[in-house]
Design a protein around this ligand. Structure first.
Ligand code: FAD
Ligand code: UDP
Length: 378
């Protein structure tokens, strides 16, 4: 074996695939009983509908190298992601656009009129000086829209008052003064035609790659454990960075999600793939309805059944799946300390969402793995 990869998510598999293609022999271990990390999906046995087990995954990128690379393993459908939000029992389009603004104010503002209104409403804060998420939100869209669509949704999602969250969290969410309600701005977007798992399996399908599932790097009863391997061969580690160092610099905080899946005896529950729930009195943040991700599979889907998944958000304990880095100032200090420790680990490279404590979309995980391969491993 020339290389050990810990974690079979997109980061680990990209490294493994590139290494195998260049003639190296790679072992990939994962503590879960399936490959693919959080992008794993499975066909529901009762309905045949593809379910993203760890929450809906939408592929999008503007990076030509990543787009070229992923197309070696899968084609993509022409799915375009759109999200709606329910506020006080009324449905509005997201991200906040002219349609949302006009519906909210019961008006027919032109783009310039809407801009002038928002500018007036947002007067109390400037986007450049916004010190936290609340100030940034108000500076971007004004207090009424912020309170309706952002404040309570964000508080539910992060279990933290938006005044105590960094402004960057909502930088991902654009505000548009036209009726464009595409959720993503990227050049390319779509869902893998044969599903995520088929894509992921093709990445691992190489005679030089051996995948060992249900194998934890910290379990000393299995041969590929940390004590037995570090210093013996190059390792790419994509598990949690604090776990690697036994939490010596403190545990980094994460948000986890609980998903409640339900098969319903209706053909169409909500008419769209993702409906957010903006208000504090609804305990979940959103409902996913998986059928709508693949309209091109309509003839394979049952006409009288659908699968929905409610998403609930809370702080993660060490036993939970870590999904979103919370990134408090204490976390940032801890991360710097772990980065210093990581530099001292002989022949171990830390990558991916958990290994770098960063929110990475799939295209970012793949892009950074390609860079690590070219710059540090190849
Ligand atoms: P992961 O997929 O987390 O893989 C890490 C792997 O390491 C896991 O399989 C884990 O079991 C394994 N591992 C950890 N510790 C050990 C150990 N001790 N021993 C062995 N194995 C171990 N991205 C998008 O582009 N679009 C989306 O719509 C999108 N939606 C998302 C929704 C949710 C709820 C979440 C959580 C993420 C979403 N993402 C989305 C991000 C996407 O999941 C990540 O970009 C991608 O999974 C990153 O891959 P990774 O390899 O870094 O990490
Ligand atoms: N957000 C919000 N209301 C919404 C959707 C998003 O306030 O209806 C804010 C929220 O703070 C969230 C951030 O925008 O954390 C990023 O949203 P996105 O949909 O990108 O989050 P993800 O899908 O990663 O959970």
């Amino acid at each position: 074996m020339d290389l050990l990869v810990v974690g079979s998510g997109f980061f680990g598999l990209t490294i493994a695939e590139r290494a195998a293609a260049s003639g190296l022999t790679v072992t990939v271990i994962d503590r879960r009983d399936h490959i693919g990390g959080n992008a794993f999906s499975e066909d529901d046995p009762a309905t045949g509908i593809e379910v993203h087990r760890y929450g809906a995954h939408l592929f999008h990128t503007s990076n030509p190298a990543v787009w070229e690379y992923v197309n070696r393993f899968t084609t993509f459908t022409d799915y375009v992601h759109r999200v709606y939000t329910n506020h006080k029992g009324i449905v509005f389009p997201l991200p906040i656009n002219l349609g949302t603004i006009n519906q909210f104010f019961n008006a027919a503002y032109s783009p310039d009129e809407a801009k002038a209104l928002v500018h007036e409403l947002a007067g109390e804060f400037d986007t450049k000086d916004a010190a936290n998420l609340e100030e940034k939100g108000i500076a971007l869209i004004g207090r009424p829209l912020y309170e309706a669509f952002i404040r309570d949704y964000t508080a539910k999602q992060w279990q933290t008052d938006p005044k105590n969250l960094p402004a960057e969290v909502i930088s991902r969410l654009p505000v548009r003064y036209n009726y464009d309600n595409r959720y993503f701005n990227d050049t390319w977007e779509g869902l893998p035609t044969d599903g995520y798992t088929a894509w992921i399996e093709r990445m691992a399908d190489h005679p030089n790659i051996e995948v060992k599932l249900s194998t934890d790097f910290f379990d000393e009863s299995q041969p590929f454990n940390k004590r037995a391997t570090v210093g013996q061969l190059p390792i790419v580690y994509t598990g949690p960075v604090d776990r690697y160092f036994d939490y010596t610099e403190g545990a980094l905080s994460w948000r986890t999600l609980d998903f409640e899946r339900e098969v319903l005896d209706v053909g169409d529950f909500q008419g769209t793939s993702v409906m957010n729930y903006a208000d504090a009195d609804i305990p979940y943040t959103r409902i996913h309805e998986f059928k709508h991700f693949h309209p091109e599979r309509a003839d394979r889907h049952p006409a009288d059944k659908t699968i929905i998944m409610r998403e609930f958000s809370r702080f993660a304990t060490r036993e939970d799946e870590p999904y979103y880095p919370v990134n408090t100032s204490q976390d940032r200090a801890g991360l710097l300390a772990y980065r210093e420790l990581a530099k001292g680990e002989q022949d171990v490279l830390f990558g991916g969402r958990l290994g770098t404590y960063q929110y990475l979309d799939m295209h970012m995980a793949i892009g950074s793995a390609l860079s690590m391969w070219h710059n540090q491993l190849a």
